[in-house]
Design a protein around this ligand. Structure first.
Ligand code: HEM
Length: 163
């Protein structure tokens, strides 16, 4: 199938890479799909470790029959936030945000994603949302499981509004 070819003189709309690449460039609002992919992967891995700490706390609580390592409300909050983090801040961002951003433009031969600024904005909303989720612990933390289904989400000690 014929492909539309852009003339070589077509100006690139994306800014060029800095001459010398530095580690702190990964902390900037970068428009490059590979940089955004790596930003997603590293951020998702950090959330994976945070969710993993909650799993360790839960397994510590469950290790013995009469443990009071976590009180019941905190156990439920750790379970809910562990599930939420593992799904929405590890599996999905790593698979779709990380590998999707890094690999798909290379696989289809595109120079970048279609809307690089929107793409970068989408990434930066991710750590912000994760920080908000973790901040919910200051308000008791959601406790109804990651699905937050009613009626459980309306009758637990802190209701679904805290998520
Ligand atoms: C070795 C690593 C892990 C350990 C020890 C662990 C442990 C646990 C424990 C103890 C629970 C709570 C069970 C309960 O009280 O009903 C749980 C729930 C859950 N875990 Fe993990 N987990 C691990 C890794 C993961 C990973 C990698 C994912 C997803 C990618 C994941 C997703 C979930 C989900 C979705 C729930 C249900 C949460 C809910 O019902 O709200 N876990 N896990």
């Amino acid at each position: 199938m014929a492909q539309a070819q852009l003339p070589l003189s077509t100006p690139l709309l994306l800014p060029e890479h800095p001459k010398a690449w530095r580690w702190y460039h990964y902390f900037t609002f970068n428009l490059d799909h590979k940089v955004i992919g790596i930003q997603y992967l590293v951020t998702a891995f950090i959330f994976y470790l945070i969710g993993g700490l909650m799993a360790v706390a839960m397994r510590t609580e469950l290790a013995t029959a009469d443990s009071d390592f976590l009180n019941p409300n905190l156990y439920n909050a750790f379970m809910t936030n562990h599930g939420t983090i593992m799904i929405f801040f590890w599996v999905v961002p790593a698979a779709i945000g990380g590998f999707g951003n890094y690999l798909v433009p290379l696989m289809v031969g595109a120079r970048d994603m279609a809307f690089p600024r929107l793409n970068a904005l989408a990434f930066w909303l991710n750590p912000l949302a994760g920080a908000l989720l973790l901040a919910s612990f200051f308000f008791g933390g959601a406790q109804a499981g990651w699905t937050a289904y009613p009626p459980l989400s309306t009758i637990t000690a802190t209701t679904a509004q805290s998520m």
